[in-house]
Design a binder for this molecule. Structure first.
Ligand code: GSH
Length: 219
């Protein structure tokens, strides 16, 4: 039996960051599907008091909040270090992980992703174009800043893959499936090249919405 259980919803970008970390480390895991309508159920709130995914279980240790989970996995698992040893590169990684949570997701990617993908695909909702238009200026600021931070480097904290890339890749890949992506990144060829590099990684290919849904169905 696998030591790690990931409770999540197939397609969840935050959940995918946890799966990516496990995949990059070569660690086996069990995917426990959370049904979207049950996030406020007593059973799920016992796992995650704020009613979100993902949640990690490692033996008798349970943890929520994606950044905490991926840092924990990087500390306990052998395999390539996903946190730079250099203090400045590590600080850059931390900064970008916070940019992901506070500026990219909140009020930008969550709205566009929900309106374009999650709502129509999972809940049968119609896209609210005004809601998207309202967050586009903020999304533009965030994507411009991400492109500036990336610059000419291979990865966000330098030449080595780090947890920042594993947090950002699922959110940006999700956004790249929407019609907003091309105009938002028209000035950011480096961001598109980084996303293509990330998408080619085995960890990304193993954690697509379809792959994870199949994994959940088989469990
Ligand atoms: N701060 C949380 C955010 C997790 C999050 O927002 N997850 C989304 C799915 S990607 C979710 O559970 N959404 C359900 C909801 O907002 O009700 C983390 O880092 O894990």
């Amino acid at each position: 039996m696998s030591a790690f259980t990931v409770h999540s919803i197939p397609g969840s970008p935050f959940g995918r960051s946890v799966l990516l970390t496990l995949e990059e480390k070569g660690a086996p895991y069990r995917f426990a599907r959370v049904v979207p309508g049950t996030l406020r159920s007593r059973e799920h709130l016992a796992r995650h008091p704020f009613g979100r995914v993902p949640v990690l279980e490692h033996g008798d240790f349970r943890l929520y909040e994606t950044a905490a989970i991926v840092r924990y996995l990087d500390r306990v698992l052998p395999g390539p270090a996903l946190t730079p040893a250099d203090p400045r590169a590590a600080a850059r990684m931390d900064q970008l992980m916070n940019v992901n949570d506070w500026y990219l997701f909140q009020g930008a990617a969550n709205v566009i992703g929900f309106q374009r993908i999650v709502g129509p695909r999972l809940l049968g909702l119609t896209t609210d174009e005004q809601a998207i238009a309202a967050v586009l200026p903020k999304a533009q600021v965030v994507l411009d800043e991400l492109a500036r931070e990336l610059g000419g480097a291979a990865y966000f904290a330098g030449e080595q893959l780090t947890l920042a890339d594993l947090m950002l890749a699922p959110q940006l890949e999700f956004l790249s499936q929407t019609p907003e992506w091309a105009p938002l990144t028209a000035r950011s060829a480096n961001l598109n090249a980084w996303l293509a590099r990330m998408a080619a990684r085995a960890s990304m290919r193993a954690s697509t919405w379809e792959q994870v849904a199949a994994l959940a169905d088989a469990a």
